[in-house]
Every structure is written in C-alpha cells, then in structure tokens.
Ligand binder design. Structure first.
Ligand SMILES: [Zn+2]
Length: 215
C-alpha cells in the first residue's frame, strides 16, 4: 500500500476503493480505473435552476455515470464518494465556480438516513470540501418526511419539497457564499427549495453542484 493515511488504510481494508464508473477495485489513490479515467468528459455541464441558481455537474445522467450514481445511492457503494467528489471538484475548477465560504449538502430526513445508513450527498459534500480545502458545515435540515421525489411527476414534485427544509447553524449564514451539493439534479426542485431556504436565511450567494444532470 502506498503512502496513505491510517484511517484511509482501515477504511479501504473493509471497503476497497472502486472505480465508480465500472465498479472494479482500484488503487485508493486513483479516481477511476485507467479505461474509465481516459474516457471521462472534460467539459462540465452548466445549468440554471429556477431562481437563477447556477449548477455545475461533471456528467449527464447517462451510461456509466447514471449507473455510478445508482450504485452510490442504492447499492451501498458509499466508498465511491471520494472518487465522485474528485469529478465534481474537477468540474468546478473547469467552470471557474470557486470562492466559497462553506460546502453543505441537501439533507435527508433523519429516518431516511437511518434506513439507508448514510446520506450520499453528505458524504460527497464532505469529500468535495476536503478536496477544495474548505470547511463542510450542515446548514440545512429536512424536518418533514415527504414522498420519494423520483416517484412523482411534474407539479407533484414541486409541491412535495415545499417547506420540508429549514436552516441550521443560522448564525453562520449571513453574507456567506455557499456551495450546495446533491447527487443528482433532475427537475431542480429539491436544489431550488434548499437554495431558496439558504437565501432566506441570509446567504449572499448559493451555487449548486451534483454528480449528474438529467437533461
Ligand atoms: Zn472503470
């Protein structure tokens, strides 16, 4: 094993690092296997959600990138986080979306997090913060449990997320520039609701990033 920290060595002994795009075991120092790494898209996907919030994603929700998100989210592949965070941070560097005070995530409801065992967006946001050299901070809480967003259609999705989030660490919000992280942007309703909640809490600027954008 190369020059990796003790904590990481213990983690990778139980959960070996894997290429998120094809699931093969890789050296924990790498961010993809050689084949997938060579084919990664170099131009980030930029989108704007309602309210004018800018979103940056390394990938569209297609092919191996969609499969990576599904395994990260639903198949217990929490260890993809570091590799996927590298892709997100690379996209942010390419698009020039830098200069944040904090990194935060779209939170899960407490019960939902207990059921899944982890919030993939939180793992991703913490790894993005580490790569960017910025503090991670919980700024939002999902205090109402709602229906599963991807099982709903159109207008139902928007109504479903309305008023389910509130700010925490409220003394840390005023005038701050925040990078808000989620795993995927589908309609943008969840991101928008979280971004608006942060804005109402006093944040000066909110930008969003996710692994995949669904177009
Ligand atoms: Zn691969």
């Amino acid at each position: 094993m190369k020059n990796i920290g003790f904590k990481r060595a213990v983690k990778t002994a139980f959960f070996p690092a894997r290429c998120p795009y094809c699931d093969i075991v890789i050296d924990p120092e790498r961010y993809a296997c050689a084949d997938c790494g060579a084919g990664l898209p170099e131009i980030p996907v930029i989108s704007y959600i309602e309210g004018g919030f800018r979103c940056v994603s390394p990938f569209l929700y297609t092919d191996c990138y969609a499969e990576a998100v599904k395994r990260f989210k639903f198949s217990g592949r929490a260890q993809y986080s570091e590799q996927l965070a590298f892709a997100v941070v690379t996209a942010l560097n390419c698009s020039g979306d830098l200069g944040f005070d904090y990194v935060t995530c779209v939170p899960m409801h407490r019960d939902q997090k207990i059921e899944r065992g982890y919030n993939q967006s939180e793992l991703l946001a913490k790894d993005c913060a580490a790569l960017l050299g910025l503090p991670y901070l919980d700024l939002l809480e999902k205090f109402k449990r709602n229906k599963i967003q991807h099982e709903l259609k159109g207008k139902e999705r928007r109504a479903n997320v309305k008023g389910v989030y509130r700010t925490v660490n409220t003394d840390k919000l005023k005038g701050r520039r925040v990078l808000l992280i989620d795993d995927i942007i589908t309609t943008g309703n969840t991101m928008r609701e979280c971004a608006v909640t942060l804005k109402k809490g006093g944040c000066a600027e909110i930008k969003c990033a996710a692994i995949c954008y669904v177009n």
